[in-house]
Design a protein around this ligand. Sequence first.
Ligand code: MF3
Ligand code: CO
Length: 260
Amino acid sequence: MIYLKTDEEIELMRESNLLVGMTLGEMAKWVAPGITTLKLDKIAEEFIRDHGAEPGFLGYAGYPNSLCISVNEVIVHGIPNSYALREGDIVSIDCGVVKNGFNGDSAYTFCVGEVAPEVKQLLKTTKESLYLGIEHAVEGKRIGDIGHAIQTYCEARGYSVVRELCGHGVGKKLHEEPNVPNYGRPGTGPLLKNGMCIAIEPMINLGARNIVIERDGWTTRTRDRKPAAHFEHTVAIKGGKADILSSFEYIEQVLGDKSI
Ligand code: MF3
Ligand code: CO
């Protein structure tokens, strides 16, 4: 069952997602060599609560923290811990909040200091593929059009697309129908309609597409331990067009010309 949102509900979704964007902007100020991923999680949790919202991931399916923080070969769902970031790391920070009963969900992969050029290029391509996918999130197209755009762009540049994890519908629940794969064939899958809200989140590997889920049940890494990138926006289909509800603007304001 795909829940279509009214214009009023989409505005509530925008509020939640703006707070996610602001929280990621706050994270951009703190990402640096020496900070632990658990410290980042605590700062984010406090920031979210100070803004009258609840962390969306904390307790979801038993998840223990407010953020998913995934370093280097960890693709997604890294659990914050005592690891201190090091110069040259890349770190995906995935944040969710619930405000007024609606979820916001967005992720960004940050560089810690100077990062190897080939890894920076992976981040750039993954972010670009997210926006290419979003161009297809319009009324009348299908879910497969989004995945196809992401897949062809990334594979043409020699990267691989994770298959086991997907984007998703989002609303009162963090994960709603439909699934939004980062691969697919044009003209296939559920039809996109006004009122649909979906999280599009390419997970792209420098090496092979294969994944391993660690014994904690969450941490998902590349099998070959090469780095992976992850960027996510929540998008509404409104007035026939893609309306990006989350925002990287707060992040990019902080990063300035260090932004990829
Ligand atoms: N953005 C991620 C996802 O959609 C975050 C979920 S983590 C969880 O899968 F812990 F909340 F499940
Ligand atoms: Co998501």
